[in-house]
Design a binder for this molecule. Structure first.
Ligand code: 5AD
Length: 482
């Protein structure tokens, strides 16, 4: 690895970034650092997460963001009081995610005129540093920026100076699932800037948490692909001085597989941190409830929410990101959002003293997922020849890392997942994943079992059936019976 971005170079590029929108002029590192130091520790994301990990509980966090400042604050307060959220979000709107601040401005104006939110999130760049601080001051728990931005440099500058203490994303996870044309090198370098900024805060005594976006394109991403990507983003982040990092995983739906994947991810990440000499990093986990299509029926939606809560609680994920009964419809009302939180809280509390029962299938699952993820990471490191960014770029180009269903043209898109007969996600087409024959045979065997049960060969039709299964009240897409 190449080490931290040179300070002088970093400070120089900051000037260019801050000049891209007028509110950039409000940002000063010194002022931002002083502001964080004056905040009570219970509002610091990294500090609270560390405590949550020590206590062995699973904290709950919603997604939420609207266009107008006062409404956004009212929404967060409601989710804190009524929903009992342990951590709060600020979900950023789609224009800001694409650096289209002019259009975000129009969205604010239209929202003012209409008296309701005309954006799908909070346009933090347009508001600037001081309105962000107002959000932080009005709530009593830490607040995180959640978005989907390939170039989040200005967003990070403004929100971190504004008192936010966690920042979701990464150069891979906020590019490949979100953009079509952004080169990986560009998004990775822009995220190295974000990580360097957080490293700068850390050097000056302020801990900011970084979180990878685990779910990628949804519920059919093979966990080993997610784990490998998370580990690479972890290494990129700690290289720039990040000291608190949260690994993310989206629910696939099979309990054994979900728990094994979360545990395997932590074990492997710790191994790599040790190998590269980063032992002063607080490593935590987040589990995302079902990131796929949802049933429209609210009672059924609550069941999907609850099943994700069970997996998070039994796996002892440090945090769970909560869905709402409005998921099938769009941006939820504050009441629906709080309902998702309450369902999750109930489960997490009920299961807090129960442990996942280790079984043979879990052990095998964990062993295989680690083997697979390790193969991907090792091949990526080899391809990089000491340059991690080049390695990731080459790995994606070669299909050594391959995310199914991703829009990016910098992703090969040759692999195909499908569920086995127990609902665990397996790989039907391996593309160029660097897997040995043992791994391939494991997947083939599992898919064959399903094929035999359903009286059909494993094929693309299974994948299609799996995508629509949840809406039909199932996890595995069984063939249509005539
Ligand atoms: N408020 C609440 N949830 C949101 N999501 C996206 N934007 C918002 C918002 N402004 C949720 C979607 C989906 C996930 C990816 O993010 O409903 O569950």
């Amino acid at each position: 690895m190449k080490g931290k971005i040179d300070l002088e170079k970093f400070l120089q590029s900051r000037k260019e970034v801050l000049a891209t929108w007028p509110t950039g002029a409000e940002v000063s590192l010194e002022d931002g650092i002083n502001y964080h130091k004056a905040l009570p520790p219970e509002k610091n994301f990294a500090v609270k997460l560390k405590k949550v990990k020590e206590e062995g509980i699973t904290a709950i966090q919603p997604r939420a963001g609207v266009a107008l400042l006062n409404e956004h604050i009212a929404l967060l307060k409601y989710l804190e009081k009524e929903g009992e959220a342990d951590f709060l979000p600020t979900t950023i709107d789609s224009y800001t995610r694409q650096n289209r601040y002019q259009e975000a401005q129009r969205g604010i104006e239209e929202s003012l005129a209409e008296g309701r939110s005309m954006l799908n999130g909070f346009p933090a760049v347009n508001y600037g540093v001081y309105p962000c601080r107002k959000i932080i001051e009005e709530v009593n728990v830490p607040v995180q920026v959640r978005h989907g931005t390939p170039d989040a440099r200005l967003l990070a500058e403004i929100t971190l100076a504004g008192g936010f203490s966690s920042f979701e994303g990464g150069g891979i996870t906020y590019n490949i699932p979100y953009a079509k044309e952004v080169p990986l090198r560009k998004s990775i370098e822009d995220w190295q800037y974000v990580d360097r900024l957080i490293g700068y805060y850390a050097e000056h005594g302020v801990l900011i948490n970084r979180e990878s976006f685990g779910p990628l394109t949804g519920t059919l991403v093979p966990p080993s692909v997610t784990i490998a990507i998370n580990i690479l983003e972890l290494l990129l982040a700690v290289e720039q001085g990040v000291k608190s990092f949260t690994l993310g995983l989206g629910q696939c739906g099979n309990l054994n597989q979900d728990v094994a994947a979360l545990h395997g991810m932590v074990e492997l990440a710790e191994e790599y941190l040790k190998r590269f000499g980063f032992q002063d990093v607080d490593l935590t986990t987040v589990f995302h409830q079902w990131m796929g299509g949802f049933p429209q029926d609210e009672a059924r939606a609550f069941a999907v929410i609850a099943w994700g809560a069970v997996a998070a609680a039994l796996a002892k994920a440090n945090k769970v990101i909560v869905k709402t009964p409005h998921e099938a419809l769009g941006v939820p009302t504050k009441e629906a959002n709080a309902q998702g939180l309450k369902t999750t809280r109930q489960i997490v509390n009920m299961l807090k003293d129960q442990r996942f029962m280790v079984n043979e299938e879990y052990l095998l699952e964990k062993e295989m997922v680690k083997k697979e993820a390790r193969a991907i990471v090792e091949r990526t490191l080899e391809l990089g020849e000491g340059d991690l960014v080049a390695g990731i770029e080459r790995a994606f180009a070669a299909g050594v890392i391959d995310v199914p269903f991703a829009p990016s043209r910098f992703n090969l898109g040759k692999i195909l997942p499908a569920r086995d007969d127990t609902g665990a996600v397996r790989i039907l087409e391996f593309g160029n994943l660097p897997f040995d024959s043992e791994i391939r045979e494991f997947h083939r065997e599992r898919l064959k079992r399903r094929g035999e049960k359903e009286g059909r060969e494993p094929s693309f039709q299974m994948v299609i059936d799996d995508i629509y299964a949840i809406g039909k009240g199932m996890l595995v897409g069984k063939p249509r019976t005539k």
